[in-house]
Design a protein around this ligand. Structure first.
Ligand SMILES: O=P(O)(O)OC[C@H]1O[C@@H](O)[C@H](O)[C@@H](O)[C@@H]1O
Length: 243
């Protein structure tokens, strides 16, 4: 299969680095739902009326960040206790809820992402998966796509290597380094605002924003944070009309 099966901007890159939750697996919504239950308990205890919004609050404060960073960011945004104990308590609660949801319902790989990965593999373009989540490798294995990635830099790896989280580009740069391709020849695909920002700050050749919502404001936000192009589904990166 030739590179001409990809949209033009992707034909010039030598490797692709994918974020995991919300890009490869349909798991961003599972994280968001678990965060909602954990944060809402804190908000209720603090006597606040406005609960965690799974779309807006998730996108602004939690998406793309590590468990602790996301917990601290949202608690701070609502003026709640951000002591290490309070952050750990809400993060641990969310982890229990997320792990249960995963056990009970599993997660799916987006069919469009799966198609793109197989085209890239056939075209000889190496891919990496990156995530702030410690669950990412498990999700890729459950979705039976782990073998399509030459390397995975997940939350556990980031902690082991003491890599700063997004919007710092360290995770993406580590993935590109492992693929042996300089960032300026490599594309990043991300759904989170700190993630597209990291792609841009890292000097990647192309930053693709994945917008899974029907909301035009969220596509505009992804662009404002550094996405060069925004798609709703990664199958849009396969050549169609512009081939
Ligand atoms: O699975 P973990 O290690 O708790 O990490 C959670 C974080 O993982 C990130 O990939 C998600 O974008 C965040 O929304 C989520 O909170």
């Amino acid at each position: 299969m030739a590179l001409s099966t990809l949209v033009r901007p992707l034909r010039h890159v030598r490797a692709v680095v994918f974020d995991t939750d919300g890009v490869i697996t349909d798991s961003a919504r599972v994280h968001a739902a678990a965060w909602k239950r954990a944060f809402d308990a804190c908000l209720r205890e603090a006597g606040q009326d406005r609960m965690f919004d799974e779309a807006d609050d998730y996108r602004r404060h939690v998406d793309g960040r590590s468990r602790r960073d996301g917990a601290a960011a949202f608690l701070a945004a609502r003026g709640l206790d951000t002591s290490p104990e309070a952050v750990r308590a809400v993060a641990d609660r969310k982890e229990r809820l997320f792990a249960r949801a995963l056990r009970e319902h599993g997660v799916e790989v987006y069919p469009g992402t799966s198609r793109l990965l197989r085209v890239l593999e056939a075209a000889g373009v190496p891919c990496a998966a990156v995530s702030a989540s410690r669950h990412a490798t498990e999700l890729l294995e459950r979705g039976r796509v782990r073998d399509l990635f030459a390397t995975v830099v997940d939350g556990a790896e980031a902690a082991r290597l003491a890599l700063p989280g997004k919007p710092d580009p360290a995770l993406f740069l580590e993935a590109a380094r492992r693929l042996g391709v300089p960032a300026d020849r490599c594309a990043v695909v991300e759904d989170a605002l700190p993630g597209v920002e990291a792609g841009q700050r890292g000097g990647f050749a192309l930053v693709v924003g994945a917008d899974r919502t029907a909301d035009s404001a969220s596509a505009a936000d992804l662009r404002a944070h550094g996405a060069d192009l925004v798609v709703r589904d990664l199958a849009e990166l396969l050549a169609g009309d512009d081939a």
